[in-house]
Design a protein around this ligand. Structure first.
Ligand code: ADP
Ligand code: MG
Length: 393
């Protein structure tokens, strides 16, 4: 999805007030009745109508009159709210080009005042999965309170908490900078995803490092669950950085062994195919018999001592609650089971099959009846355009 932040410069305080009113309304409504938006925003002289028109023009809202007259946020609208908050906090000043597009996220460069470039990950859970409506019907019927805002926010909170904890325990991950709504700001990793790397000086060393990471994670109580060539970055010195943490689980998860083995298998398979690594081991010198010892080269989940740090328990206490974890796991697991159709939409008005939202906590820091945000207009003006289309390769 294209993220054109140009409009940020032209949006007024009232525009953001109404946008935030729709966000608040979405706590309890899939489509927020126009009249409720007006009441929450409570602009003088009935100014809400004009503002709504403006927000629609910029595709920050979607208008729906199928059941009653109302509005909901688009991805772009939610992006703008997060970006504005982070810009106001001084986390960054300008949004640059898109550097990655995942199945359920978009990644952009952002720049700080001093020129430092960071990475901004906008989570888009549900972009794909909720569109395969048929396979999700049962799931949604029983869990009507799920929607993409809630899930994307949850994914961001989880990713941020895990990244921070992993960094503190010396794992090679991006540095976690800040988080708001569905948006995570982290340091920019130099290098490329392993999938783009055709040659390595020391493939066996890189391989050992990567397998060592899977093992060390398990020793600390965690499994990545999506550990593959797309989520491992490698720089010119062949230094490895792992990314992408929303799906991580504890070693006490009921499917821990399967997830662990799957992560290991992905790495073995990739290195065998791409770098022709073979995992033979000569075990019988006397008879000079080389045994294909693939299996014994693999780390064994049950024999790993999981006492190094119990990061899983630390994280459970970090504000990312057990209920959050359960919610996101249910969604991710259902995504693995259902058939998923691919492709996003360009206009930011994706068809999300959402029923009702019970427990969004998306407005932690901007109560509508609060004071004005000093400096906010200045910061909007500082936001630049310049986002390119996907450059996924
Ligand atoms: P998804 O969950 O959608 O797979 P990822 O976190 O794996 O998202 O990011 C998708 C792509 O964006 C990565 O493959 C990588 O190319 C790029 N990317 C993500 N985070 C960073 C970062 N911190 N620095 C540089 N590139 C990144
Ligand atoms: Mg990824």
């Amino acid at each position: 999805m294209k993220l054109d932040v140009n409009a940020l410069r032209y949006l007024s305080k009232d525009d953001f007030r109404v946008l935030t009113a729709v966000e608040m309304g979405m706590r309890n409504h899939e489509i927020v009745p126009s009249e409720l938006v007006g009441r929450i925003a409570s602009l003088k002289h009935g100014g809400t109508y004009k503002v709504l028109k403006n927000l629609l023009k910029y595709k920050l809202l979607h208008h729906d009159s199928s059941k009653y007259d109302g509005f909901r946020l688009t991805y772009l609208g939610y992006d703008f709210l997060a970006i504005k908050t982070l810009v106001n906090r001084g986390v960054f000043l300008a949004v640059g080009r898109q550097i990655g597009v995942g199945k359920e996220s978009d990644i952009f460069e952002v720049a700080k005042e001093d020129g430092t470039v960071l990475a901004m990950k906008l989570h888009r859970l549900g972009r794909i999965s909720f569109r395969s409506v048929k396979s999700k019907r049962d799931y949604l019927r029983h869990r009507s309170s799920y929607n993409w805002l809630y899930l994307s926010r949850l994914a961001a909170v989880k990713e941020f908490a895990f990244m921070k904890a992993l960094e503190e325990h010396g794992f090679p991950v991006p540095s976690a900078v800040d988080c708001n709504r569905h948006c995570v700001i982290m340091s920019l990793v130099e290098g490329y995803p392993l999938v783009q790397v055709k040659q390595l000086q020391n493939p066996d060393v890189v391989f050992e490092t990567i397998i060592g990471l899977v093992v060390r994670l398990a020793e600390h109580g965690l499994i990545h669950c999506d550990f593959n060539e797309f989520n491992i970055m490698i720089d010119d010195d062949e230094k490895v950085t792992m990314i992408d943490f929303p799906q991580m689980v504890s070693v006490s998860h009921r499917n821990a062994q399967m997830y662990f083995d799957r992560d290991v298998e992905c790495i073995f398979k990739f290195f065998r195919k791409r770098f022709n690594l073979s995992f033979h081991e000569t075990v019988d010198d006397e008879n000079d018999v080389e045994i294909d010892n693939d299996e014994s080269a693999r780390p064994c989940f049950s024999s790993i001592s999981k006492t190094a740090g119990s990061l899983d328990k630390e994280l459970a206490a970090s504000g990312f609650t057990r209920k959050d974890q359960e919610d996101i796991e249910k969604f991710i697991e259902s995504g693995l089971e259902g058939d998923v159709d691919s492709g996003g939409e360009e206009d930011g008005t994706e068809d999300t099959d959402v029923v009702e939202v019970e427990h969004l906590h998306i407005l932690e820091e901007e109560p509508l009846n609060g004071e004005e945000n000093a400096g906010c207009q200045r910061n909007h003006e500082a936001c630049q355009n310049g986002v390119s289309e996907n450059d996924s390769d």
